[in-house]
Design a protein around this ligand. Structure first.
Ligand SMILES: [Zn+2]
Length: 94
């Protein structure tokens, strides 16, 4: 009994056996099925990845979601906290 290690020669052997068993006419069909299977697996993997990423984004909301702002009492323009005067109308934010 041969040890079970699949290298290039084994893959070629498998390909030749498939060619003999199924015939050359079936090869494109088999290749298509194989390609579809690979695509499905990749889609599944990317779906899982995007789901995981979406979950991470839910857990950690963007920092710009609720920035601390000083709203101008005169013109209602939101100003950065460190501003003392409104950047829009120049009125005092105190
Ligand atoms: Zn203002």
């Amino acid at each position: 009994m041969l040890p079970f290690d699949v290298g290039i020669p084994e893959l070629i052997l498998v390909f030749v056996v498939v060619l003999i068993v199924f015939g050359p006419a079936r090869i494109p069909e088999l290749a298509r099925d194989f390609g579809k299977m690979v695509r499905d697996l990749r889609k599944m993997a990317s779906d899982l990845t995007s789901e995981f990423t979406a979950q991470l984004e839910l857990d950690a909301p963007a920092p710009s979601a609720s920035p601390a702002r000083r709203v101008c009492p005169k013109c209602s323009t939101p100003n950065p906290l460190e501003h003392t005067f409104c950047s829009q109308c120049g009125g005092s934010l105190g």
